[in-house]
Design a protein around this ligand. Sequence first.
Ligand code: GSH
Length: 197
Amino acid sequence: MLTLYHAAPSRSSRIITLMDEMGVLDKITVKRVTIPRRDGSGQRDPSNPHPEGKVPLLDHDGTLIFETGAIMLYLLELFPSTLAPKVGDPDRGAFLTWMYWYGSVMEPVLIHKALDITHPGLASTFRDHDAVIARIHAALEKGPWLLGNTYSAADLLVHSPYEWFAEMLPDDPLIKDWVARCAARPANLRTKTLDAA
Ligand SMILES: N[C@@H](CCC(=O)N[C@@H](CS)C(=O)NCC(=O)O)C(=O)O
């Protein structure tokens, strides 16, 4: 049995969109929990087994999986689809690179930028937002998706902060159009409607 601990809207919304994109929403139970929000609302939910009270968290028959990228890769293995190139596919390496780069580089860089934090050590470790933009732009030049012709979970994950925080969106038509394409996907729109309900 698969249970997703979800707070609407949040990083866990992306897991619901992924399940919807794969056509397997009926295979997962969504358990809504509360989390502390930046505006002071919400609170840690004692029913959430995540060790830090965060979302998303996936419970698969008692095994707990957390971190968005790990949950996505786990579900993509359980439910093979066009959302991830299979092992042996020439695009598999690029796909894994995007999935790990998102959590290890892109999100930290965006958080540093949003908090206006700079330090030579951060720049030498993560580079900066210009480097993030350049990397996405270079992929989309061969687009329309990060892996070329096929929309994948990498697009779902990597575009998401720009959809949520439009002020971070660079003035780059290639990237703006890609974010709009990702945001307009029916599964993404359905998650937004569910989250709003
Ligand atoms: N790196 C984690 C971050 C998870 C995370 O920070 N989630 C936020 C929601 S967007 C949360 O649960 N915040 C509540 C808290 O920090 O207590 C992931 O991507 O899964």
